[in-house]
Design a protein around this ligand. Structure first.
Ligand SMILES: Cc1cc2nc3c(=O)[nH]c(=O)nc-3n(C[C@H](O)[C@H](O)[C@H](O)COP(=O)(O)OP(=O)(O)OC[C@H]3O[C@@H](n4cnc5c(N)ncnc54)[C@H](O)[C@@H]3O)c2cc1C
Length: 469
């Protein structure tokens, strides 16, 4: 009977409490499950597997050096677990998509029924069964300040490790994208280069897709698969803040504080999905149900998804994303805002399209942000991005557009929708709902349940606030 460590989206050996606890107790069976249900889900893309596969290869290498390599099994979680000789099952809590949520419930029920000891540890700052958002930020600080858990010195062996399957073994098409290499050492190198050099102008250069690729941390995929824990990244950032002594220390300080805040947002947004898994499918505020659904336009969706809306900057962003699996925050927001306001598309299918394109797809951040940029949370100011203004601000010389949208046949001569007309229509449609008493009451409930207590967002009471970016 073995101490089974179930690796999920926590593909590392350092700061891994389940592994450390298991190693203290007896022979360890480090397990990774390939779940066909997740691989065939509408939010999955082979580029996600490319990242996971590289992460698993390094994880396996580290585990072998400790004395016991990774055991990979394919199948439904309970079925696989049932077949293993488990003395104790160890894992991190996962805030994933609805399929993983239901699977976790099945596993917990099975563990209870079979009296299999099963211990799950929190991941990052997300709190399971959170009774209230009061005190959440304080708890986040406490968690982030906990000691980094050292990797075990050695593992008592259990059963023969298995080969890590390739995309071909899994009958997946090869990834079309040039993704960042997954794994703990690539994550550490990325963090080091950000903190020592690349991050200097982070806060100044994060908004333009021309500069963001270099100046942003580029840690998102590493955090999505927890090649590094949020705690490791935060502690390294704060250590760097304490030792800044270069002539431009003030610039660095602003940059690193802005970055520190985003690590907090990361868990803040993930907490929303943890508390309400339904937001993967449903509007935060039900008063928005039916607002866009009857207006679905398949041709417009295809034009948006394929980067041929006739707005060159917007289309260049979609094409960059298609090829690299990453784009910066502001451009993600613009892509969603355009689909939601200019094209009046309900967010669910655009969200799935982007989930597949983002190698860093993190359901908790993703669905919260998608709904925020679509105006269905009720608690955020409407932010409508103009692709024309963004082009002027972020790519005045047109270099970015020339790079990612080279001239080619089939590109529309005219935008598929007029900016001013579409915007006017969207604003009046949103205003009607935002003013309705039911929407306001529901928005208050959203603020109470999900709002950050640092600066409590207030739902719009009288005139709906709107901002054009
Ligand atoms: C519509 C939309 C969908 C998004 N979907 C995802 C997603 O699936 N996965 C994902 O990791 N991020 C998502 N983001 C947030 C953000 O765009 C990315 O985290 C960021 O661009 C990743 O690059 P980076 O690691 O270099 O970011 P940095 O700016 O260096 O930020 C560091 C980390 O902080 C967190 N973070 C940064 N910005 C935010 C934010 N606004 N909200 C919450 N956490 C944040 C991320 O974990 C990020 O890796 C989304 C944003 C929008 C507008």
């Amino acid at each position: 009977m073995f101490q089974v460590v179930w690796f999920k989206r926590d593909l590392r050996i350092r700061d891994h409490r389940p592994l450390a606890e298991a190693a203290r107790r007896g022979p360890v069976l480090p397990l990774y499950l390939i779940e066909p249900e997740l691989l065939s889900a509408p939010d999955f893309d082979p580029s996600h597997w490319a990242f996971v596969e590289a992460s698993l290869r390094e994880l396996d290498h580290h585990l072998r050096l400790l004395g016991q390599g990774l055991v990979v099994r394919t199948g439904e979680a309970v079925e696989v677990l049932r077949s293993l000789p488990i003395a104790h099952l160890w894992a991190h809590e996962e805030t994933g998509n609805f399929i993983s949520y239901q699977r976790d419930r099945r596993v917990r029920r099975w563990a209870r029924e079979t009296q299999t000891p099963f211990t799950e540890f929190p991941s990052g700052g997300v709190v399971r069964l959170l009774p209230s958002r009061d005190g959440w930020a304080k708890n986040w600080e406490k968690r982030m300040n906990e000691h980094i858990v050292e990797a075990p010195g050695r593992l008592q062996p259990s059963i023969s490790p298995t080969a890590i399957p390739t995309a071909r073994d899994l009958a997946l098409p090869p990834s079309r994208r040039l993704v960042q290499p997954g794994g703990e050492s690539a994550a550490q190198d990325t963090l080091d280069s950000f903190l020592s050099a690349r991050g200097r102008r982070y806060h100044l250069e994060m908004s333009s897709p021309v500069t963001a690729g270099e100046s942003c941390s580029r840690l998102s995929s590493y955090l999505a698969y927890d090649n590094l824990s949020t705690r490791q990244v935060l502690q390294a950032t704060r250590a760097r803040l304490l030792t800044l002594n270069e002539p431009d220390a003030a610039l660095w300080r602003r940059a690193l504080r802005a970055f520190d805040a985003r690590l907090h947002w990361r868990c803040h947004f993930m907490q929303k999905l943890e508390d309400e898994p339904r937001i993967e499918f449903e509007n935060f505020v039900p008063a928005y149900d039916g607002l866009r659904e009857p207006h679905w336009n398949e041709d417009w969706f295809a034009a948006w998804a394929e980067g041929r809306t006739g707005y060159p900057f917007l289309d260049a962003c979609m094409r960059m994303l298609e090829q690299t699996g990453w784009i910066n925050f502001r451009m993600r927001a613009m892509l969603v805002s355009f689909a939601s306001y200019h094209l009046w598309l309900h967010w669910r299918r655009p969200a799935l399209h982007l989930a597949k394109l983002f190698v860093d797809y993190e359901p908790g951040i993703h669905y919260s942000q998608i709904q925020m940029q679509s105006g269905t949370t009720g608690i955020n100011t409407l932010r409508i991005y103009s692709p024309i203004k963004q082009q002027q601000d972020q790519d005045p010389d047109g270099d970015f557009v020339r790079r990612w949208l080279p001239p080619g046949p089939g590109y529309p001569n005219e935008p598929i929708v007029g900016h001013k007309e579409a915007l006017a229509l969207a604003r009046s449609r949103m205003s009607v709902v935002r003013r309705a008493p039911a929407a306001r009451a529901q928005a208050l409930a959203v603020a109470e349940r999900h709002g950050s207590r640092k600066k409590t967002p207030r739902p719009v009471r009288r005139s709906p606030q709107q901002m054009l970016f």
